[in-house]
Design a protein around this ligand. Structure first.
Ligand code: PMP
Length: 433
């Protein structure tokens, strides 16, 4: 068991006193983490945890090539991005090369919130409009504009009431939970198209439509087949742009696809990325077409002091090299498929498992009290996560009902490690929580 916190350890109380206590945090009595290695975290007592939740540490904690690249560049030069240096160009070329040819122009920022914010502003600048259509139950960031399009009640209970009037929404296209379930999920796309037509008829011409290309905040639920083809076509028919939030789901995690939009067979106009691309270092990017990027100036000034700085570019470059050279996308596909099969197998014995969602190393186990009504097992999910911590696994709930296990370990996670997680979950479900 994790054991009691050190009686002398008042660090947590000091944290809440000095660091604004509005940020969500993991666990009421969290272990104090001191270091990380691959998919493992170690606390100050030397206890090791399997980190099954960390999509930020994409290539694994403390990857030597990333550490080396950062250290080397830190010794040489770190400065703002107005200077001329090799890294920003080389990394820009590398990241653009992972995308379809027409997405050829990169902006560098420092986070996912900034990337989504910039993506929205690019759409507004390119179209000369300000209205945005967003999918409900989403999280896109905390900045003014990214927060405005975030309507997940788990993240913001007031999200729907406090939304500014330039934000319009369509239903969350969740095929497990929501108005249209299972085979009926095909109805989400025509309904969203009708909603967009209605929004336009009401006088609001959309600058763009924004959503995650794989429904990450619901625990890795694939959008219904063909959904983005229909909805992107509708928004474009009305002169708006398609904005893809790939902050969680992009960059190889889905295994079979490097980008979430590939699963839907579409190419967005603007792509926002962050989190995994910096493997924990603050780094975000927006990639779009040259003519869209050029229109930004109609909105004002773009300058990010540290977005794509020499150190950020060196880290981003090393992370992408590691993903490609160590075959981490293939690892996500293979180890993820093995884990999904183990979780499905658990589902045959434990009716609390309503559905196993996801692809690659983005999986969600949705817990329900009743498989027919799909009543969310919210309290049970919290208790299961607490028990998993005792068993040495870091795991958190996600989704608007907080009843889905958010499974997104570092992409280097091994088959042995995911077996450890599946065994720990099996033990928890068999012996109680
Ligand atoms: N978009 C999505 C889909 C996210 O999950 C997040 C972060 N949870 C963000 C945007 C915002 O990213 P950041 O925390 O780096 O600002």
């Amino acid at each position: 068991s994790p054991g009691p916190r050190h009686p002398s350890d008042d660090l947590l109380e000091r944290r809440y006193r000095v660091v604004a206590d509005v940020q969500e945090h993991y666990y009421t009595a969290p272990p104090q983490i001191e270091r990380g290695w691959r998919e493992y975290l170690m606390d100050v007592d030397g206890r090791v945890y399997l980190d099954m939740v960390n999509n930020v540490a994409s290539v694994g904690h403390a990857h030597p090539r990333v550490v080396e690249a950062a250290t080397r560049q830190m010794h040489l030069l770190n400065t703002n991005s107005r200077f001329h240096y090799g890294g920003i160009t080389e990394y820009g070329e590398k990241i653009a090369a992972t995308l379809p040819d027409e997405l050829d122009t990169v902006f560098f920022v420092n986070s996912g919130s900034e990337a989504v914010d910039l993506a929205l502003r690019l759409a507004m600048a390119a179209t000369g409009r300000r209205d945005i259509v967003a999918m409900r139950e989403a999280y896109h960031g905390w900045t003014f504009a990214s927060d405005a399009v975030s309507t997940s009640i788990a993240d913001n209970p007031f999200a729907l009431e406090t939304r500014p009037d330039w934000v319009h929404t369509v239903a969350a296209a969740n095929s497990y939970r929501g108005a249209h379930r299972d085979a009926d999920a095909a109805r989400y796309a025509p309904e969203a198209v009708a909603d967009i037509d209605r929004i336009v008829a009401g006088g609001a011409l959309p600058a763009g439509f924004v959503c995650e290309t794989y429904f990450g905040n619901a625990g890795g639920v694939a959008l219904p087949a063909g959904y983005l083809q229909e909805v992107y076509a509708a928004v474009r028919r009305h002169g708006g742009l398609a904005i893809a939030d790939e902050v969680q789901v992009g960059f190889g995690r889905l295994g079979r696809w490097f980008w979430g939009f590939q699963e839907q067979g579409v190419v967005p106009d603007i792509v926002a990325v962050a989190k995994s691309i910096g493997a924990g270092h603050p780094l975000g990017a927006v990639i779009t077409r040259r003519e869209i990027a050029d229109r930004y100036r109609t909105q004002g000034y773009f300058f990010s002091s540290t977005g794509g700085s020499p150190v950020s570019a060196a880290i981003g470059s090393a992370v992408l090299d590691v993903i490609q050279q160590e075959g981490l996308q293939d690892n996500a596909r293979d180890v993820g498929a093995h884990l999904a099969a183990r979780l499905e197998d658990l589902g045959t014995r434990h009716p609390i498992i309503g559905r196993v969602h996801g692809s690659g190393l983005y999986l969600g186990v949705e817990f329900v009290r009743d498989r027919e009504t799909r009543e969310p097992a919210t309290a049970e999910t919290a208790a299961i996560c607490d028990r998993l911590l005792e068993l040495g696994v870091i795991m958190q709930p996600t989704g608007d009902h907080q009843n889905v296990l958010k499974i997104k370990p570092p992409l280097c996670v091994t088959k042995e490690s995911v077996d450890y997680f599946a065994d720990a979950l099996a033990r928890t479900l068999e012996t109680g929580w």
